[in-house]
Design a protein around this ligand. Structure first.
Ligand SMILES: [Zn+2]
Length: 375
């Protein structure tokens, strides 16, 4: 009896040892992962939540050159192309080949191949280099009920690559009206399908939608604000980053823009909503006067977890050009307390995207989509 008991104890002891060894191994793996994030965290100055590798005619910077541009300054980048292609219509501009949407009256159309292009660029990198990017799916038409199926297909074709969707646009001055086919809307069930699917997978959503129409009447209620709020409320479990805080180039920062953001930030119904402060047009407004900078800094200091820095640069060729917006924000950085600044330029990115990476990889695994494919 005694002998039997001691045998049971011995077995139990061996079992515990095995479990402990497995746990140690796994935590070692995890800690080496978090160590690599951790060391990145210390080494680099900022992360970029909003970056276009290619332009409106799907041309851009070679990703290996872009790594050199990031240098030791930028740790991680949310990487995407542009979902819209500017058509070169010979009827319209003849031999003049437009490279930007304002250079011709010809329409823009959704160019789904951008996702494959971005995935292949990412897959051409080494594992360590890949760790610095979070590729995003953009090549879908948000007015199409099949858009969510496109996103699923991209994840299936390129497992282990994507972390989010966007930047895609619903209301964007001068662009929305030029897109061929049905115009996108915040009230379209196709968009609900997209956001539902993003939540199921754990994809971060980077959404551009102007809060107001261009040249709105001073003091008038922003035209799309209520629709946007309703959309957020319909998707309380989707992580949504509202690009440019809803500002546009000539969607003037309505006097009470900061107050409107403050209202959203204070409402627990919108705790899944974040804002990126990317784009030189946004920075321009923020640093336009000491008063504007102070109002913005107050908002960020009060809600340090909800804002992310991004450049919104398109296919840059130098680090100076790439980080122009970052330097433009210098007056703002000076007014942020140290903890807030660290979160806005780095920490919030890492928190949101690390979580999304884990969720998306787990979802892909559960679908049987397999490991990262190397080509
Ligand atoms: Zn952008």
């Amino acid at each position: 009896m005694k002998k039997q008991r001691s045998r049971i104890w011995r077995r139990l002891f061996i079992c515990v040892c095995i479990i402990a060894a497995v746990c140690l191994c796994e935590s070692g793996e995890l800690s080496s992962q978090s160590q690599s994030f951790g060391s990145q965290h210390g080494l680099y100055e900022l992360n970029d939540v909003h970056f276009h590798l290619t332009n409106y005619i799907q041309e851009g910077t070679d990703i290996h050159d872009f790594l050199k541009i990031m240098g030791t300054k930028v740790g991680r980048v949310a990487l995407f192309g542009i979902p819209l292609q500017q058509e070169w219509s010979y009827q319209n501009s003849g031999d003049f080949a437009p490279t930007y949407y304002l250079q011709t009256d010809a329409p823009l159309y959704y160019y789904s191949f951008t996702d494959a292009y971005i995935a292949m660029a990412y897959l051409s990198l080494s594992k360590d280099e890949q760790a610095r990017f979070d590729p995003m799916i953009t090549g879908f038409n948000p007015a199409d009920m099949y858009a969510a199926d496109h996103i699923r297909r991209v994840l299936q074709t390129f497992p282990g690559v994507f972390t989010g969707i966007g930047e895609f646009s619903i209301h964007k001055e001068f662009v929305s009206a030029k897109v061929a086919g049905e115009v996108a809307s915040l009230q379209n069930p196709a968009l609900d399908r997209i956001l539902d699917f993003a939540q199921t997978v754990g994809l971060v959503v980077l959404l551009h939608s102007d809060m107001d129409v261009p040249f709105a009447k001073e003091g008038s209620e922003p035209v799309y604000l209520n629709q946007m709020k309703a959309l957020f409320k319909r998707h309380p479990n989707t992580t949504i980053i509202w690009a440019h805080t809803g500002m546009g180039r000539v969607v003037r920062p309505i006097k009470n823009h900061a107050a409107q953001l403050a209202e959203i930030l204070a409402d627990p119904q919108f705790s899944h909503v974040y804002f990126d402060i990317s784009w030189d047009e946004v920075a321009k407004y923020v640093v336009a006067s000491p008063e504007a900078t102070r109002v913005t800094a107050d908002l960020l200091n009060r809600h340090p977890d909800r804002f992310l820095f991004g450049t919104d640069e398109v296919a840059p060729s130098t680090q100076e050009g790439y980080l122009k917006v970052y330097y433009q924000y210098e007056p703002l950085w000076k007014l942020l307390d140290a903890k807030t600044r660290e979160k806005v330029v780095k920490g919030n990115y890492e928190r949101l995207f690390n979580e999304a990476r884990q969720k998306v990889r787990a979802w892909e695994k559960a679908q049987g989509f397999g490991a990262v494919r190397s080509f």
